[in-house]
Structure formats: C-alpha cells, structure tokens
Design a protein. Structure first.
Length: 208
C-alpha cells in the first residue's frame, strides 16, 4: 500500500468589519443628525438600527435613496438625501493596526470580510479604507440577503470560497455571532480590544 502524504492547508481567515477593523459610533451618528436638525438624532438612530426596515436595509431590501424616503416619511425630517448620507457615513474610525494586520495576513493567507452592513456604508468603507480590499473575498449582508447570526450567512461564505467550516477561522466583536459560527464547526474568536487582534489570531493558531 502506498502512503498518502497530507499537506496542511492554511485556514481561510474571516473578519467582521465593524469594531474589528473599523470602529463605528451610533452616538456620533446621533450628534451628526442633531447638527442638521436639532432633536432628531435619537429617533433616526432608532429607526436605522432597530426598526425592521433598518434591518431590511442591511439585508439589501432597499437602495440608499429608497431607504431615505422611508426615513423621511417615518420621522418627518426635512434634511436632503445628500445631508443624510454625509451624516450617516461620518461614524467610522479606522483601527489602523488591525487594517495593517489584514493587509499583512492577506499576503500569506486567504482572507475574507463578513459584515452586517447596508449599501451606503459598504460603498463608503470600501472607498475610504482601501486596506479592506486586500481581503480576497468580501461579503456584505446587503449582498447576501441575510444577516449574521443566521447559519445561511456562514454557509454562503463556505460555499462561495469553497472552504469547509473546519478550515475557517472567524473573528467578530459580537459573542452571539461567534457562538453561531462555532455551532457550525468554525473556529471562532471574539475580539473585544482587551487583547490585540494578533493575539486573538494566535489563539486560533493563525500567525500574522
């Protein structure tokens, strides 16, 4: 019988974007909206991030302009779409060390992004933070038609990258999303900024 040699393949490393590679602030969004129209900030933030239509926006059920038209009807705000969009995207702060780590890791491993995100934010972060484009695959919930922690989201990543769950490492700041990934057999870790991203990756046997 001839022996069969096995080659250890490096894992596909999948990163969430928000608060892993780029920080974001809902409080900053509130302040931005209040500067445009005093007193509307909390109402807008609640509609965008908590209402079923806000979640639908992240599932790709609205274009940016269509979502804004619903926001105007639902809240009575008077701002223009251009003003809304400007305030809406001005909520991000790059985590520079983590973005550089992504670039470095992408030179030696297959990498992917997996984010619950709406189309306005997706276009903005991909333009403003070119380091994100170093990831070989980039998956947004608005394109997948579903949001984490739904199992179909992780299955879509596995299918589209042709990577079995057991050869994936997933990093997210949300423990519930990490738990959902683990139930499928994915090696998943929470990044909460108490440890460096490099240290979190090392705990999953990934050497940046």
């Amino acid at each position: 019988m001839t022996g069969m040699s096995t080659v250890h393949k490096k894992p596909l490393v999948v990163f969430d974007i928000g608060n892993v590679l780029i920080a974001f602030s809902l409080e900053r969004a509130r302040r931005n909206f209040d500067r445009l129209e005093p007193g509307v900030g909390r109402r807008l933030v609640d509609k965008i991030w908590n209402h079923r239509n806000g979640l639908g926006f992240e599932r790709g059920r609205f274009t940016g302009k269509a979502f804004f038209q619903w926001i105007r009807r639902a809240t009575g705000v008077r701002m223009t779409y251009r003003q809304f969009r400007g305030a809406f995207v001005d909520i991000f702060t790059p985590l520079e060390k983590n973005l550089k780590l992504l670039e470095r890791l992408s030179a030696t491993h297959d990498t992917a992004l997996l984010s619950n995100i709406n189309p306005i934010h997706w276009r903005h972060v991909m333009k403003e933070y070119p380091g994100l484009r170093k990831a070989r695959w980039r998956f947004g919930s608005h394109r997948l038609g579903a949001m984490k922690p739904a199992a179909r989201v992780y299955r879509a990543v596995s299918r589209k990258t042709r990577t079995p769950f057991e050869r994936m490492v997933y990093i997210d700041d949300r423990s519930d999303f990490v738990a959902a990934a683990k139930t499928l057999g994915i090696v998943a870790r929470v990044y909460d900024r108490r440890r460096s991203l490099a240290a979190v990756l090392r705990s999953a046997d990934v050497r940046p």
